[in-house]
Design a protein around this ligand. Sequence first.
Ligand SMILES: Nc1ncnc2c1ncn2[C@@H]1O[C@H](COP(=O)(O)OP(=O)(O)OP(=O)(O)O)[C@@H](O)[C@H]1O
Length: 305
Amino acid sequence: MTQTTTQSDANAVRFSGVVKSYGAVRAVNGAELSIGRGETVALLGRNGAGKSTTISLLLGLNEPDAGEVGIFGRTPEQAVRAGLVGAMLQEGSPIPRVTVRELVFFIGSMYPKPMPVAEALALAGLTEFADRRVDKLSGGQTQRVRFAMALAGNPELLLLDEPTAALDVEARRAFWESMRTYADRGNTVVFSTHYLEEADDNADRIVVIDRGRIVADGPGETIKRAAGGSLVSFDLAGMPTEGLSLLPGVAAVEIHGDRARLRSDDSDATVVALAAMGAVRRLEVAPASLEDAFLSLTARESETV
Ligand SMILES: Nc1ncnc2c1ncn2[C@@H]1O[C@H](COP(=O)(O)OP(=O)(O)OP(=O)(O)O)[C@@H](O)[C@H]1O
């Protein structure tokens, strides 16, 4: 792989034409992505969309089959070795029988410019647990330890793969607060999630991934607008479904038995067009929920894959 990135790269992350396949599965399919320093970016996608693969490429745990990955103008390996990158991955390594303070100190000692242990513990909300053995903590507290481990090297970029999976509501809230404190220092954060709402609440920008492709990229408001709109449903009563996707405002079409569900950016225009076709039986217009909208967005784009 050739690297053309430079040390002066203004971006924290640069993905250029990146492809990564596992056998016949293209886990990452030609991704183009730049993330500026100080941005907090959510990678949003369903199971198997390619989020974890993207994060492992950013960490240099995987080599792309094609394209280039740059972190602060360096290769991922160089950036990780320089202590510029911290990560929380989905599979946690077994936690040893040491105290929280000892573990965070040990991890930090492997990096050139570690974060002071007390600071990492405070940021992760672990100060009161500093002298507790790591294997005697609750699931939520263990997740905080993993966050402190990611901070230990004093990284400028944090990569978090579904960091709040298995946390309760209160632990989630505390986690995101810690993450924001770290981001507010001018650091860059990239995290993956299945939930549009979590992405919208905690990221400046959302990158929607579906089947290895980036299908949308922008601030939460833009993504919600692109994915949002209304759902217009009606009974087909035997009417052919071809052409429904071409009606004004229609962004996606789903057919369930005899019922059509159209996601529309302009429900008035869609309803007028349906009325002109006589397709008004049990016609309903409802706002699309966020999660519904996200599913529609990825489903619509998948059809073209
Ligand atoms: N080591 C591997 N060997 C074979 N296939 C893999 C491997 N890792 C991932 N894949 C496949 O690549 C695709 C993308 O997987 P990836 O784990 O990146 O998705 P994800 O978006 O992180 O999913 P999840 O939300 O379930 O964690 C999936 O189809 C998955 O089955």
